[in-house]
Ligand binder design. Sequence first.
Ligand code: DC
Length: 228
Amino acid sequence: MSAIPVITVDGPSGSGKGVISQWLAQKLGWHLLDSGALYRLLALAAEKHSLSLSDIVRLVELAQKLDIQFDTQSAEGVITFLAGEDVSLALRTEECARNASQVAAIPEVRTALLERQRAFRQVPGLVADGRDMGTVVFPDAELKIFLTASAAERARRRHKQLNQKGISANLAALSEEIRARDERDQNRAVSPLKPAANAIILDTTHMGIDAVCQAAYTKVQELKLLTA
Ligand code: DC
């Protein structure tokens, strides 16, 4: 057990995890772990090294020495660097998400990235966003939130998000991508996407971002995490 508090925010793509986690981390002045970015970065690094996504040995080697940096101080949001190169945009494409889901299904890759994720737990606290934050990476987290939303609403949100980033996407194709990815994330043998037994489940289908942030923050206050 660590004395440093953690809030985990898990859920499928487009459930609102990213926005809520960023908001909470900023509100509390805590660190933020976007664990999906690690899987996306690994997928991107594999592509740059022309590695096959089924070459487990080399993928694990790559995961162990992944040279990444996050600049959280920028006004444009988090800027992500892979071996010194700004890959923030490449990281958010659907191709990268698909490849990330594929490498994330490999147990050896998950093990290779485990300690790296736990190292983000630093004072005064951590908000961790992902699929297995509450179940595997931080099972002792003080607060575990699991967000859900209907598949149609999640596809709509993702579509809007990509458009805002200037990435064009077709809504029907996006829905199908999300469905396939959710299925792989939920049914993989290791660390499947599922709520921790003690998670608070929030269905955000009909909730605006502000309402979800407020619901999460109310829980933080109830648990008195700020004085921990
Ligand atoms: O949250 P995201 O869309 O950036 O995640 C990209 C992929 O990585 C997604 O298909 C699921 C996988 N992932 C995972 O398996 N475990 C995590 N903790 C985070 C993401």
